[in-house]
Write a protein that binds this ligand. Structure first.
Ligand SMILES: Cc1cc2nc3c(=O)[nH]c(=O)nc-3n(C[C@H](O)[C@H](O)[C@H](O)COP(=O)(O)OP(=O)(O)OC[C@H]3O[C@@H](n4cnc5c(N)ncnc54)[C@H](O)[C@@H]3O)c2cc1C
Length: 433
C-alpha cells in the first residue's frame, strides 16, 4: 500500500516509497546511507508548508518531526543550537525564557527551522536579512551518510551554498542560530490611500524597523503595517481584542468573502471594495514571537517574487493594473515586504536590497492565468521566485539571476555527485547535479 503525502495547501501530492521519522542524528545518517546504497533518492520534509513540490519525492521521505529538541542555549553569545526539525512556534517561548529572540520572522511560525531556511523564508525590514542569515553553523548528513560541520570558519563556500539549498546538498540534522536579546514589537496597522503609500514608500521602508503593506485589487487603499522594536516591557492588548482583529477579520470574514467570490467570481471587484472599506487601524504590543506570526485558517496558494527594491513600486502598480484590465477574480490582497541583501548563493535577496511582491489565490480557484501574467511582469525586473512558492521557472530561465549559481553547483556536485537528494523540483529548477 503506498502512502500519500500532501502539503499544507493540499495541492502538492506524492507517494514516497517510504516515510522515515528518525529520532536522532545517528538514525538519520543510517537512513540516508541505506537509501543511497540501495540507489534510492532521499528528501527531507519539515512542516510541508511550501506551495511548490520542493519537499515531494517518490523515493525516501525523511520526516524531521522526530528531531525537534533544543540542544544548547548560550545566553551570553546568543547562540542556540536546535535539532533540524524544530518548529519556529516552539522556539519563541523557549528563547524568551532565556532573554533571547529570533532577529526576524515571517508571517507564520508553523515552519521547521531548516524548511524555512532552505527556501530563503523571510519577514520584512529593510535592514534585516532572511532567516538563513541568522544561521551560523549547521550539521549536514551528506549523500554517503557522513555528517559534516558547516560554518563560515570551516568552509565559507559550503556555508554560503548550504544556507539556502532546497534540500539538495543533504539533510540537516542540527543548526545553530545567532539570536538577539529579547525585544518588544509595537505594531501599528492603518489603512492609507494607495498612491500616498507608494509615493512615500522609501520613507516608510527606511523609517520603520519593519514595514509592509497589503493592497486590495480594484481599490485605491492599502493596509499598512508599521512595526517598531524596543527594549520596553510589553503591554499586550487583551486576548479578545486580538481575536476580533485577527481571527474574526483575517480568517472568518476573509473566509466568507472568499467562499462568496469562488461562487460568484464576477463579484470580485465589489468584494474587494467591501473588504477594503471595512479596514480599520489597530495596534499590538508584545514579545516578537507573539506579534510576527498570525494564524492562517483560510487555505490559498501563493506566488512571491523578489525584485530589486527600486522596482517594487512599479511592479505593484503593474500587477494592480493587470488584475483590473483583465478583470481577474482575485480575492486576496497583494502582500509587499522588504529585506536587506545577503550573501547566500541561492538567496532570493542575493546581494540586492529586495522588495517581495506576493500574490495569492483562494483554494479551488483558477490561479495559473494570474500567476503566469504576474511572473511575466517580475521577469522584466530579473525577479527571483520564492523557492517555496509557486512559479514556472526552470534552471535555464533563472540561472542568470543568481550571479553565484555556478559556485552553488560546484558545492552540490562535491557533496551529492550521484544525485541522492534530487526530486522533480530540483531537477527542474537546479538541473542535474
Ligand atoms: C500560510 C503560509 C505562510 C507563509 N508565510 C511566509 C512568509 O511570511 N515568508 C516566507 O518567506 N515564506 C512564507 N511561507 C513559505 C514557507 O515559509 C516556506 O515554504 C518554508 O520552506 C516552509 O517550511 P517547512 O518547514 O514547511 O518546509 P517544507 O515545505 O517541508 O520544505 C521546504 C524545503 O526544505 C527542505 N528541507 C526541510 N527540512 C530539511 C532538512 N532538515 N534538511 C535539508 N532540507 C530540508 C525540503 O526538502 C524542501 O525542499 C509561507 C507558507 C505558508 C503555507
Amino acid at each position: 500500500m503506498s502512502t500519500v503525502w500532501t502539503n499544507w495547501a493540499g495541492e502538492q501530492r506524492c507517494s514516497p516509497l517510504a516515510i522515515e521519522r528518525p529520532r536522532d542524528e545517528a538514525a538519520l545518517a543510517h537512513i540516508v546511507r541505506r537509501a543511497a546504497d540501495a540507489g534510492l533518492t532521499v528528501r527531507a520534509v519539515g512542516s510541508g508548508h511550501s506551495f511548490t513540490d520542493c519537499a515531494c519525492t517518490n523515493g525516501v521521505m525523511v520526516d524531521m518531526s522526530g528531531m525537534q529538541r533544543v540542544v544548547d542555549i548560550d545566553s551570553v553569545t546568543g547562540r542556540v543550537t536546535v535539532e533540524a526539525g524544530a518548529k519556529l512556534w516552539a522556539l519563541g517561548p523557549v528563547l524568551a525564557e532565556h532573554g533571547l529572540a529570533l532577529e526576524n520572522q515571517g508571517d507564520i511560525d508553523r515552519q521547521s527551522i531548516t524548511g524555512a531556511i532552505s527556501t530563503a523564508t523571510h519577514g520584512t525590514g529593510a535592514q534585516l536579512r532572511n532567516l538563513s542569515a541568522q544561521i551560523v553553523a549547521m550539521r549536514l548528513v551528506t549523500a554517503t551518510g557522513e555528517i559534516i560541520e558547516v560554518s563560515p570558519d570551516i568552509d565559507d563556500e559550503t556555508y554560503l551554498a548550504a544556507r539556502v539549498s532546497l534540500g539538495a546538498l543533504g539533510v540537516f540534522s542540527q543548526v545553530t542560530i545567532q539570536c538577539v536579546p529579547l525585544y518588544t514589537l509595537h505594531r501599528h496597522d492603518e489603512p492609507w490611500p494607495l498612491d500616498e503609500t507608494l509615493e512615500r514608500l522609501d520613507e516608510h521602508v527606511d523609517g520603520n524597523d519593519h514595514f509592509e503593506f497589503f493592497v486590495f485589487p480594484y481599490t485605491d487603499r492599502a493596509l499598512t503595517r508599521r512595526t517598531r522594536r524596543s527594549s520596553d516591557i510589553p503591554s499586550p492588548p487583551p486576548r479578545w481584542k486580538r481575536w476580533v482583529e485577527e481571527e474574526l477579520v483575517q480568517n472568518k470574514a476573509l473566509g466568507l468573502v472568499c467562499r462568496t467570490g469562488r461562487r460568484f467570481p464576477s463579484q470580485a471587484p465589489r468584494l474587494n471594495r467591501l473588504v477594503s472599506s471595512a479596514l480599520s487601524a489597530s495596534e499590538v504590543e508584545d514579545r516578537p514571537y507573539k506579534v510576527y506570526a498570525t494564524n492562517r485558517a483560510v487555505r490559498f496558494t501563493e506566488m512571491e517574487y523578489a525584485v530589486p527594491r527600486e522596482n517594487g513600486r512599479e511592479a505593484v502598480e503593474r500587477v494592480m493594473q493587470l488584475v483590473a484590465e483583465r478583470e481577474l477574480p482575485i480575492l486576496f490582497p497583494l502582500e509587499v515586504r522588504f529585506a536587506a541583501g545577503d550573501e547566500a548563493f541561492l538567496s532570493t535577496a542575493y546581494r540586492r536590497d529586495t522588495c517581495y511582491v506576493a500574490v495569492h489565490q483562494y483554494s479551488g480557484m483558477e490561479f495559473e492565468t494570474y500567476f503566469r501574467a504576474v511572473e511575466a511582469i517580475m521577469d522584466s525586473y530579473g525577479g527571483r521566485p520564492h523557492w517555496g512558492k509557486r512559479h514556472y521557472q526552470n534552471a535555464a530561465t533563472i540561472r542568470d539571476r543568481y550571479p553565484d549559481w555556478d559556485r552553488f553547483q560546484d558545492v552540490r556536485r562535491r557533496l551529492d555527485p550521484n544525485g541522492v537528494f534530487v526530486n522533480d523540483y530540483t531537477r527542474r529548477v537546479l538541473g542535474a547535479p
